[in-house]
Design a protein around this ligand. Structure first.
Ligand code: FES
Length: 142
């Protein structure tokens, strides 16, 4: 092996590895975050206290978590509806804006309607709807 060949291979290894790392980082950035932890979890406030079914009246929205993943539960026509509050763009937590009756993501301005459908901005998919079950007054999400 000549000296030139040796250095060509060294440079190719260094810059090839850097290029792969760059491409991998770019793809990881574009790939959306995980939206919700699977399984059935209790809907709780940030202190871990359960948010009870009776605490959510008609038209009321409650933000909370289910095993560390943010979720929003609201009541419409008597039915509890739950959505993941994790934006489908890059995983920020969306908030309910009562006046506009939408969910908005603070990171890049993504907006969703109350069904979780995308209204505006970069989110590629609707907010995932979660299954709701009530047991002994406690709300369970899956
Ligand atoms: S993370 Fe929500 S719009 Fe980008």
């Amino acid at each position: 092996m000549t000296r030139r060949t040796f250095f060509d291979r060294i440079f190719a290894a260094i810059f090839g590895g850097t290029g792969l790392a760059f491409v991998g980082s770019a793809l990881a950035y574009l790939y959306p975050n995980k939206n919700f932890i699977s399984g059935t979890r209790q809907f709780s406030n940030m202190a871990g206290q359960p948010i009870l079914e009776k605490e959510i009246g008609e038209g009321q929205f409650k933000s909370g978590v289910a095993l560390g993943s943010p979720a929003i539960v609201y009541r419409q026509n008597g039915e509890l509806i739950a959505l993941s509050a994790v934006c489908t763009h890059l995983g920020c937590t969306v908030s309910h804006l009562a006046e506009e009756q939408i969910f908005r993501c603070p990171c890049h301005g993504g907006e969703y309607d109350l069904d979780g459908s995308v209204l505006d901005g970069p989110p590629p998919r609707p907010l995932p709807r979660l299954n709701v079950k009530v047991e002994n007054g406690r709300i369970l999400l899956s």
